[in-house]
Design a protein around this ligand. Sequence first.
Ligand SMILES: Cc1ncc(COP(=O)(O)O)c(C=O)c1O
Length: 432
Amino acid sequence: MLSRRNFVTGLAATGVIAPRLFIPTAHAAEPARFDDAVAAAGRAKQATGAQFWSEIQQSWAVDRTILNVENGGLQPAPAIVNQAFFQAWTKANEAPSYTNARVLWPQVEGVRARLAKAFGCATEEMAITRNTTEGFLAVALGIKLNPGDEVLTTTQDYHRFHNDLLQRQAREGIVLRQIKLPSVPAEDIGAVVQTLADAITPRTKVILLSHVFQLTGQVMPIREVVQMARPRGILVIVDGAHGFSHVAATRDGLDCDIYATSLHKWLSAPHGTGFLYVRKELIPTIWPLQPPTDREPTDIRRFEAIGTASAAPYLAIGAALDFWEMVGVERKRERLVWLRERWVSRLAGLPGVTLNTSRKPGFAGAIMSIDLAGLPPPKLATWLWERHRVLVAGVVHPEFRGLRVVPALYTTEAELDRFADLLLLARKNGLT
Ligand SMILES: Cc1ncc(COP(=O)(O)O)c(C=O)c1O
């Protein structure tokens, strides 16, 4: 068979001017033999560190004049995701009644299938939502609870969700009970599960638990809690806002029945995207927040009836999934822990430094809560922002206080080194 090289050489030999072919250097240097290929693969592996991550970091068009370690609320999307979003947005505007409604929305079914695969559930158990809040509220306000029925949660769960349930308490007489976990951080999984189990009463119908606590980054033992609660007939609603695409998060790994997450956090999908997983048998037992007129009670799409909306953000979830898969699911997870360790290892163990997050494997991802003695977190956060353009959250909770530090995949080593330098400076000299 005529190879490309022979073909091009052959053209030159006949005097025919060959077209200008763009051949990337990597192709020109393709190893000819198997041994060379193995050696090249070894070299490539060594190079993955710096070069691979620097290319990943450059996939985001973020403002690097700000050192942003406040990626807990909302993360930026890589340029390729924004491009997919704008492409769909533009298409939608060509003839909206046709292009948005009849061309683009049907394509969202492909995104549903991919999200279901990534989470490890059936396509028919996956609802696409605008955020965790939308998914959580569909379930928390849509399940049947009688006056006196109890929802059990912890003092570290998302404050807003407590308020949502307090409305049910005021309106319908359900009871919201918040309990303290044994310690911060809580490194004894058995003790965590037992503390919840001990708080259960005959009226407990629901447990609301974060997969990852927002303020400390502690990963909760969801699987163990579900397996403790299920035989007692208690539904566990998992608030997965900080779980999916950050720490290990699959349906079977967690063995959960309900999981609501935001994709604009750790997946870096467009802002206003999330998903709600509902185990198949439970779908008909939950009343949707916005009643869908034409859906069967078993149809997961009944939780998506939000009226006219753009398909663009949902479609661009596909590009965010591509990006994640390209990085590698496990590799991303490991990288996020590595980024955390890059800065925290320089402070851990120093006098006056308290970590509210465990560094033991499996207990946290990228989020870390750190307290420096004598430096109130809100003041330290203000000093970092006003004097150094470092964006970070200062947290004061009745059980702990600290800076909540959240790097993301786009954060560079140099940024984290500078961040650690600044904390060491503040620790030594105060907020001067
Ligand atoms: C633990 C937790 N749950 C839920 C939410 C709500 O997420 P969203 O505003 O994307 O719905 C957040 C937001 O930061 C959170 O930290």
